[in-house]
Design a protein around this ligand. Structure first.
Ligand code: 3HC
Length: 727
């Protein structure tokens, strides 16, 4: 399709007197300014023509419209789309006020501005598989084409709030139940059904609904206020650092209190401001960074088709193994769970079944599906049933020799094509495969706990891993609904290695005078799900010490060796599992600060023989954030410099999806670039002079700071792949 036939709408009139307006902007029919201007022109023309009785709006190639082009947010606005043009002059005064009925025929995506065009039509017909949603909050803005006013009037306030606040996407089938669409039609009769519906409206056989003025689904004002106030307090609690969800609720409220047209003006005003905000820029970056993870130079551009994976074996039914098994079962894979003895196997199966039941209890799966999925799980104690396994994921203890033995066994019992993945979080994969001749089918599949929920899968390739194996695992990751980030092999890989200095900085500061609970508080206020000490309690001190030792061994010259956790372990404090760590835990796992903690802190201070710096006990929340996260940025820079990560934005995704770094700050590198490499480098230099090598900025960061350029890859990708394929 050439440029002249894109980015516009096309009007065609049938013998029945129905004009079909098609949005033509493939592949997703995004509604650009040009599309809106063309749509306005088509409607105005159709209203004037005597041969047109009614209209249908649809999208080309079976896709209604994926909404506005989000890359334009934060940029200058063209004159014709000035304040109020889109929602008032176009959607309300041209489309909704047209003197001829207009029906939306929806297939494929109808998101954001796309759905808002449909909401302003006088009826909506969709296929059952169509996807509908007002997803704007996901980008730090609000529905800006009247969605805040029309959706509550069509589906009622609670459902509209749920959809808008969660950027929820629903199917055509569910949209029918809500009253968001008027009828469902199969794909091949969608247009004819919409045509007939438009004629029926024109001939008064079907109602001509102007959604902006519909009131039958709106709650009475007093009830609406209660619902809105509840939504506000939920938004404040869920995302205390964000204003756009609250602005959106205010706009909805304005329409209910002062009338929908006043609401539209307020919506237009809010959109203008929000689309320029830093939050919007960060969230748009996050959206594209996540999509970029799917494109891996040298891997996904090699035209290799993924092989079908039918049977998956998980070794180890502990917390990780059972979570991974659950994720595979939920995607309908046949799963073998292997343990070393009967009791451990029963416990592992029990965990998986409890995970599945809790999924069903939350309404995410029907009872029938629970039964089907549970029947796909098989528990075993030996390798007999491994002869037709396609993928093994090892999740045994973090012990090198145990893993080496396991991989040597796998080579004996599994078929030649089987992929061997390790869920190790820090051990070198080359070491794990040392006793095998299968290095080309070994890779890391690092899941994050709880594996059935956490959306990230860190795929670790070694210099030997076959491209086909990588393509296979990338395909599996999509099927189990994980975002995969492919990284190179090194201690801690990308995610844990990047965040190791985070907990190191925290203990370093405490040993030199800072307060444990103030650190945790500052970090959660920044937007992390929990602070480093609460996190250490959750992970457990034994795991923290075991993985920490890998870094201490590997990066001796720059790690901070803390005595704090070892002293607490001596006193049988292991974290949340023992109800005592940095916090005390009650029977409901509620954490409270422990006054006795000071005893351990003082002992650690004495042992490390450092002088307490009174300045550190008076750090502001902002300083604490900098002192914990700038070392993370520094390590991320080393990871980029070594070519462990493919691109800087992958580390943004890894930090958000693997560690809970706030998406509205764009991810660790985006945030660092927002602050500026020069400032970060100078702060690290200052601290390294006072507190030692741990804070010393790496050459990559220094170079970027000197040139005052953003932290992105400077050098081309390191080519780590030595073999092409093993098949
Ligand atoms: C004023 C209004 O109120 C504001 C709005 O409308 S906000 C926008 C609301 N729209 C959305 O949230 C939809 C976002 N898009 C999606 O979720 C998915 O693209 C989709 C489910 C529609 C389709 O998925 P899929 O078929 O896998 O295609 P996908 O690869 O994602 O997209 C194709 C290309 O379009 C891009 N794209 C998708 N939606 C886009 C958007 N809204 N803006 C800009 N680019 C977009 C993708 O990045 C991709 O680009 P690439 O080829 O260069 O990598």
């Amino acid at each position: 399709m050439d440029e002249s036939t894109m980015n516009k709408t096309v009007l065609e009139v049938g013998a029945d007197g129905v004009g079909i307006i098609t949005i033509v902007n493939p592949p997703l029919n995004l509604v650009s300014v040009d599309v809106f201007l063309s749509l306005k022109k088509s409607i105005e023309e159709a209203v004037q023509r005597d041969d047109i009785k009614a209209l249908v709006i649809t999208g080309s190639q079976g896709k209604f419209s994926a909404g506005a082009d989000v890359t334009t947010f934060g940029k200058g606005i063209k004159a014709r789309t000035d304040f109020g043009f889109l929602s008032i002059e176009f959607a309300t005064d041209t489309l909704e006020a047209a003197r001829k009925p207009i029906v939306a025929a929806i297939d494929g995506p109808a998101f954001g501005g796309g759905l808002e065009v449909a909401l302003a039509c006088h009826a909506r017909i969709s296929t059952s598989a169509a996807q509908l949603g007002l997803t704007e909050l996901q980008y730090g803005i609000l529905p800006g084409l009247g969605g805040t006013q029309r959706l509550p009037r069509l589906v009622g306030l609670p459902k509209a709030l749920e959809m808008i606040m969660m950027s929820k996407r629903i199917s055509g089938k569910d949209a029918l139940k809500l009253g968001l669409v008027d009828a469902i039609a199969p794909r091949d009769t969608l247009l004819s059904t919409a045509r007939q519906w438009a004629l029926d409206i024109s001939d008064y056989r079907k109602p001509w609904v102007v959604s902006l003025y519909k009131t039958d689904r709106l709650e009475p004002l007093s009830e609406a206020r209660i619902i809105l106030n509840l939504a506000k307090s939920q938004a404040r609690e869920r995302t205390p650092n964000l204003t756009h969800p609250l602005v959106c609720i205010d706009v909805i409220e304005e329409g209910i209190v002062a009338g929908p047209r006043t609401g539209l003006w307020k919506e237009a005003e809010a959109l203008l401001q929000l689309r320029q905000s830093d939050t919007c820029k960060a969230l748009v970056h996050f959206f594209f960074a996540q999509r970029a993870t799917l494109k891996i130079p040298g891997i996904t551009d090699m035209a290799l088709s993924p092989r079908k994976i039918n049977k998956v074996a998980i070794l180890g039914g502990g917390l990780m193994g059972s979570g991974i098994a659950t994720a595979f079962l939920l995607a309908n894979y046949h799963v073998i769970l292997k343990e070393v003895d009967h009791n451990l196997l029963l416990a592992g199966i029990g965990r998986v079944k409890a995970n599945l039941r809790s999924h069903a209890k939350k309404g995410k799966m029907t009872k029938e599906k629970l039964e089907t999925v549970s029947s796909l799980l098989e528990g075993v104690l030996d390798y007999d049933s491994f002869k037709d396994v396609d993928l093994v994921i090892e999740a045994v203890l973090e012990d090198v020799s145990l893993k080496q033995q396991v991989f040597a066994d796998l080579e004996k019992y599994c078929p030649q094509h089987c992929i061997f993945a390790s869920n190790t979080s820090s051990i070198d994969l080359n070491k794990i495969g040392e006793n095998t001749t299968s290095q080309n089918r070994i890779l890391g599949a690092h899941f994050f706990s709880p594996a059935q929920f956490m959306p990230l899968l860190e795929i670790v390739r070694t210099e030997w891993t076959s491209l086909q194996v990588l393509v296979d695992l990338l395909d599996v990751s999509k099927k189990i609904k994980k975002t995969a980030v492919v990284v190179g092999n090194c201690t801690g890989f990308a995610v844990n290695r990047m965040f190791f200095p985070f907990s190191q900085a925290a203990t370093l500061l405490v040993e030199r005078g800072a307060d444990i609970y103030q650190i945790d508080q500052s970090i959660t206020s920044f937007g992390m799900p929990m602070g480093p000490f609460r996190l250490a309690d959750l992970v457990g001190f034994r795991v923290a010490v075991a993985s920490g030792s890998q870094y201490i061994e590997k990066f001796k010259e720059r790690v901070h060796k803390s005595y704090l956790i070892p002293f607490m372990l001596e006193d049988k404090r292991e974290g949340q599992s023992t109800c005592k760590g940095f916090y005390l835990y009650d029977e409901k796992r509620k954490a409270s600060p422990d006054p006795e903690i000071v005893k351990f802190v003082e002992k650690a201070r004495r042992a490390s023989q450092v002088t307490v710096d009174p300045k550190l006990s008076r750090l502001s929340a902002g300083e604490i954030v900098e002192m914990l996260f700038f070392p993370v940025v520094n390590e991320a820079c080393r990871i980029l410099a070594e070519g462990v990560a493919i691109r800087a934005s992958d580390l943004d995704i890894a930090s958000v999806l693997g560690r809970g770094f706030p998406a509205y700050r764009g991810g660790i590198i985006f945030w660092a670039n927002f602050i500026g490499s020069k400032y970060i480098c100078s702060r690290l230099e200052d601290w390294s002079r006072v507190y030692g090598k741990f804070f010393e900025p790496c050459p990559y960061l220094v170079e970027h700071a000197m040139k005052q350029i953003p932290l992105v890859m400077l050098s081309p990708l390191k080519d780590t792949l030595k073999t092409v394929d093993f098949l």
